[in-house]
Structure formats: structure tokens, C-alpha cells
Design a protein around this ligand. Structure first.
Ligand SMILES: [Zn+2]
Length: 544
């Protein structure tokens, strides 16, 4: 007796031996088999797919779920088309808030607005309230005088962290723009967030994810550094899980700063984890470490200067500190996920991985390079030799490709967010969004971006790095499962795999490319339970 039978579906199994199926049986949260393997078995619930397309549930190998969930409650500034419109939006929100409340907005785009918001205008718009507006890249933010004062930046008492930039005008006055690690000065005023607030953010994000067909996501950095919201951030996920609000499986990457010496020469963590932590829905993944900044803010660490201002970007910390952290984590049995965008940061990361393997050889480690945005040809075989998992986001090509082009110049464009070259080198390339650092993080959108590689301005960047739609689907399913070390549990429709499935109103591998992101998600199943769209399914039989 099966729990669930999905019949009359066009299943894309992503198996080489049996790529298509029409019936899928589920029991105990796992797939039991397809077609003849489940023929004649009865089921408590039978769903008639009406010929809809069934794929393995989508995975997002790099997202920031709490942060995204928090942003859903903030002012959405991505819709603002001018600075005046942004100031009006801030003023309207401020007018609804108590006189000492913070006005928090996110997703503003200086490129669209024609510049960053001015501190003085934010003072006026906020009516005396602190105003904190986060850039869409998350690598910078604009604040007003109230926050500059509270953070000790106006009176000069603040100590700007290594790798941070406080922008100043010609007379030396802070403009209100804070980049990279300097954002920690604002964070210190609001952190740690209450666990309850973070658990609600997880719940908000989970709803969106389920509607987009996501069944598994990797949270790229919690509990420490500028990326963490609370030292007990894992507890917020656990609380959401207990409440039934966590409808997507999550792998958590503790920030590098959370690991500390434990016994002998081992480093480890205390995250706010308590008894009962860790199951098929929530587990600890790699350690996350930032080795540089971002391309949009020209803080990625590059070997050749950016066009124009000629800067080389910034490393996330002293290079020796970064190398030591990676070595210590590797030696202590951790997988490492190193954020590395510029080719200089990727050099540093590869050198650390190579040294780690020389000194403390480990099989099948699967260290990761998050973003791996600018990879020189000579770096490709080094990635392959280490079996590193690169985690690029083709979405960035669309969102900031035009500015990348300007800051890197034509000669470096072929290195950008490679995909085909990684596959040709024998690497697995998981799909991911880096949400909320991009406006649209939906997996079907990401697939379209991988296939097209078009900027919002209509330019195709590094056309020879394109992949086809099946490879893009594989990225968001099979390869994302590999990146999490779960390729035998997720990413294919096959007996024994988790019954994480998505029912679509069309086939992303056969529609015209431009229609991939218009495909509707009819239902999302996690462990055989509908977490989205269950009410609109056609039931031939329904268990009570
Ligand atoms: Zn990220």
C-alpha cells in the first residue's frame, strides 16, 4: 500500500537509464518506484496529474533564508525608479512608525536611481528616525545621520573593521554609504535579533520557496560575522521546524567566525544548537568564509585593476587569517564554503585548499567556492584536481552584468560565472540564487539565466559558457544534491530517493528558453506531502 500515487504525469526523472516516467509511487516520504515498479499497488491518495510535468524538487545551493525572510518585512526599494521616489517611500513608511522606530528598506539599486541616497535627504525623509537602506548587493548600505551618530561614526569613536569602507566626501564628512565590513557598525546596533523574529522570517521565506518549487536550500552563513543575525540563529530554524513552518529542507553553513578551538587541535562551534538538532529537514553544512567582497561594489579581490578607478578590491580579512581558518576547518573535518568572487580571492582559496589536502589529506571533501565569479583559464584544472564545487549564480549576469562589463573590461568577460567550462572540466555545478542579493531568486528564473546569459541591457556575456535547459534543470536538482553530499537521496526521481517533487504546468527542457521562467508551479511535495498547491490538485482518491 502506497501513501501517494501520482499518475498521468510527464516525469523528468533525470536518470540516464530511464529519463521519462508517467506514474510515481511514494511511501514513507520516499519514492518507491515508477511505472511498472509500482503497477498494481494501491495508494491511500491518488493524484491525477492531467499530463502535467513532474520534476525532482528544486534545490537552491546558496541562499540567505533568514535574511530574505527579514527583507520580506522591509520596505521594498527595488520598485523605486528615482531617488525622489525612494525618499517619498521612506517618508511614507516613517510617518506610520513611532518617533524612535527604525525605517529599514532593502533592494535599492544605485544604477537605476542614478546614485546612492543622500544622508541629508534620508534625515528629512525619516523625520528624525534612524533610516537604514540596504543595497541590492548586500555589500553596502546607506544610512542617515541618526545611525551614523549611534554607530560612533560621526564623532569618530567607531573602529571600522578590517575590510570595511566608510565613504567620505571631499571635506571628510561621512556620506552615509557604508561598504562591506563597515556595515557591521550598523549591525552591532540591531544584533542579535530575537530568535522569535528570525523564526518568523524563516516562515515567511519558506512560504515563498514552496510556491516556487524549492524543496531543499542551503543557507550560506549563519550565527557569526557580518552575515549572521544572532549567535543562536540555528535555534530559529529549529523553532520554525518545531512549529511546522519549515516546509523546505535546509542545510546551514555556520559562518567561519563561529568556529573556535575546542580540544587538542580541533575547531568547532557552539551555535545555539541543542538536543534534537539535525534531521532530514535541518542539518549542519560547510563552514562559510568570506575571502573577498562583490563585483558590484568593486570589492571583489582581482589580480588586474578594475577599469576606471584601478582598484584591486579587498580581501575579506588578512590573507594569513583566511588561510589559517580554512586549514583549521579542513583539519577538523569541516567542509569549507569559501565566498570568492575575484580571481585573486580564488587564487587564495585554491592555495589554501591545496595546502589543506597536502598536509591533511581527506577523500571526497567537496569544498566549495561560492560564486566563483571570475575564474581564469589556468584556475580551471586546479578546481578540477581538488574536486571543488563551484557555486556560480547566472542570475547576476542578468542583474548586474552591464556594470560588471564596465568594471572588468572585455578581456575578462569570458571568465564570468562560467558554467560550460566547469562542466567540461568534470565539475558539478549546483544552481543557486544568493537571494536576497538578487531581485528574483526563483529557480526557474535561474535556469533561464543559465541558458541565456543575457544582461538586463540585452547583452549576452560569454556565450560559450551557456548550457542547455536540461543541464540547467540538473543544476537545480542533481548537482545541487551533489553539492550537499546528498546525491543518493535527492535530485532524481528514482526508488529510494526522497519524495521531493515539483509539478509544473510545462516542461522547462522543451519550452522556448524565454518561456522557462513563465512556467507555473502547480504543486510542491516534500517527503511526499504537498507543501504548496495541495488544494488545487485533482484527487482520484484522497486519504482522510
Ligand atoms: Zn551569499
Amino acid at each position: 500500500m502506497l501513501d501517494l500515487l501520482l499518475r498521468d504525469v510527464r516525469a523528468l526523472t533525470l536518470r540516464d537509464d530511464r529519463p521519462r516516467a508517467h506514474t510515481v509511487g511514494v511511501s514513507g516520504g520516499r519514492i518507491v518506484g515508477v511505472d511498472d515498479e509500482v503497477a498494481g499497488l494501491s495508494a491511500a491518495t491518488v493524484v491525477d496529474g492531467g499530463g502535467a510535468v513532474l520534476a525532482p524538487g528544486f534545490a537552491d545551493a546558496h541562499n540567505h533564508m533568514v535574511w530574505y525572510g527579514l527583507s520580506l518585512a522591509e520596505l521594498d526599494l527595488s520598485v523605486c525608479r528615482s531617488l525622489d521616489e525612494l525618499y517619498d517611500t521612506v517618508a511614507a513608511r516613517a510617518a506610520q512608525l513611532p518617533s524612535d522606530a527604525w525605517v529599514v528598506g532593502s533592494q535599492y539599486d544605485d544604477f537605476v536611481l542614478g546614485g546612492h541616497p543622500s544622508r541629508e535627504a534620508l534625515d528629512r525623509a525619516g523625520g528624525g528616525r534612524p533610516v537604514w537602506l540596504k543595497h541590492r548587493s548586500a555589500h553596502m548600505c546607506s544610512v542617515n545621520s541618526a545611525i551614523l551618530a549611534q554607530a560612533g561614526i560621526l564623532d569618530g569613536t567607531a573602529v571600522v573593521p578590517e575590510g570595511g569602507v566608510v565613504e567620505r566626501d571631499d571635506s571628510g564628512e561621512p556620506t552615509g554609504l557604508l561598504a562591506e565590513q563597515a556595515q557591521q557598525l550598523v549591525d552591532a546596533l540591531v544584533k542579535p535579533y530575537p530568535v522569535e523574529e528570525l523564526a518568523q522570517a524563516v516562515a515567511r521565506a519558506a512560504k515563498v520557496y514552496a510556491a516556487e518549487g524549492l524543496t531543499h536550500v542551503t543557507e550560506a552563513g549563519i550565527a557569526g560575522g557580518w552575515i549572521g543575525h544572532s549567535p543562536a540563529e540555528a535555534a530559529a530554524y529549529q523553532l520554525a521546524r518545531q512549529r511546522g513552518d519549515l516546509t523546505v529542507r535546509v542545510e546551514l553553513m555556520p559562518a567561519a567566525e563561529t568556529l573556535h578551538p575546542l580540544v587538542e587541535d580541533l575547531v568547532g562551534l557552539d551555535l545555539g544548537v541543542r538536543s534534537g538538532f539535525g534531521d532530514d529537514f535541518l542539518r549542519i553544512g560547510p563552514m562559510k568564509i568570506f575571502t573577498d567582497g562583490a563585483l558590484s561594489s568593486r570589492t571583489a579581490a582581482v589580480t588586474e585593476p578594475f577599469e576606471g578607478d584601478g582598484g584591486l578590491g579587498v580581501l575579506g580579512d588578512d590573507p594569513e587569517v583566511l588561510r589559517r581558518r580554512i586549514l583549521d576547518a579542513h583539519r577538523s573535518g569541516w567542509r569549507v564554503a569559501a565566498h570568492a568572487i575575484g580571481d585573486r580571492a580564488i587564487d587564495l582559496t585554491l592555495e589554501a585548499f591545496e595546502q589543506a589536502q597536502r598536509e591533511f589529506p581527506r577523500q571526497g571533501v567537496r569544498h566549495r567556492i561560492e560564486h566563483a565569479a571570475m575564474v581564469r583559464p589556468d584556475q580551471l584544472p586546479r578546481l578540477a584536481a581538488l574536486d571543488v564545487v563551484p557555486v556560480p549564480q547566472a542570475r547576476f549576469l542578468y542583474e548586474i552584468g552591464d556594470t560588471m562589463f564596465k568594471s572588468l573590461g572585455e578581456s575578462r568577460v569570458p571568465w564570468l560565472y562560467r558554467h560550460r567550462s566547469f562542466l567540461d572540466a568534470g565539475l558539478r555545478v549546483p544552481g543557486s540564487s544568493d537571494r536576497p542579493c538578487v531581485g528574483n531568486g526563483a529557480p526557474l528564473s535561474g535556469m533561464r539565466n543559465m541558458v541565456e546569459r543575457t544582461t538586463s541591457g540585452g547583452v549576452v556575456l560569454a556565450e560559450n559558457e551557456r548550457v542547455d535547459a536540461t543541464e540547467a534543470l540538473r543544476a537545480f536538482t542533481t548537482h545541487a544534491a551533489y553539492a550537499a553530499g546528498l546525491e543518493n537521496r535527492r535530485g532524481r526521481i528514482e526508488a529510494g530517493m526522497d519524495a521531493d517533487l515539483v509539478l509544473l504546468d510545462d516542461d522547462p527542457t522543451s519550452v522556448p528558453t524565454s518561456a522557462i521562467d513563465g512556467i507555473g508551479v502547480l504543486a510542491t511535495f516534500v517527503a511526499g506531502e504537498a507543501v504548496h498547491g495541495g488544494e488545487s490538485l485533482t484527487y482520484a482518491k484522497r486519504a482522510d
